[in-house]
Unconditional design. Sequence first.
Lengths: 111, 117
Amino acid sequence: DAKTTQPNSMESNEEEPVHLPCNHSTISGTDYIHWYRQLPSQGPEYVIHGLTSNVNNRMASLAIAEDRKSSTLILHRATLRDAAVYYCILRVLSGNTPLVFGKGTRLSVIA
Amino acid sequence: GAVVSQHPSWVICKSGTSVKIECRSLDFQATTMFWYRQFPKQSLMLMATSNEGSKATYEQGVEKDKFLINHASLTLSTLTVTSAHPEDSSFYICSAPGGAHNNSPLHFGNGTRLTVT
């Protein structure tokens, strides 16, 4: 799997938007960009994924650069419950392969 | 939505004993499940891929005789840590694909915290 690079940690104020960046300069044309998050003492949970176009769901938005070498996960209004480690992961289109986790970004939300 | 149930959520055992962890897909079938291990302050590390009706595939460095995986049905995979030692203390997490290809998200259990004394 192609490598992703994320900041180790970020901090946000409650009810402010948060932009979590991810660089994936070696992404291939068949790689999907997936985001997962892990709350303390829990298993990871799916957040969002996309291929080329920006994506929105009830949890977040995913903005994908035109050259696909970077992406940004956007939480529109951070809450204390959004404090977690966020992982940006590339998955090839075909097959059913496991996720390979990097170190992710630890997001702290300040009340 | 799809749910993966993992049991127990935590377990404490004595050194030398074995511990079984169950991972169930509650409302979908999973021919494949993945087992991860996570040490404190670290990321998840893939241990093995569990395949229904066949042998599991282990990642390099993971002892298959120590971490026994059984995937006897389309909704249940088990991981047995045999002859556990304190260094096996970790957070074990299973996951199952929500669909037949990588465009589907993986669903994760809530993990099992194993403490070996």
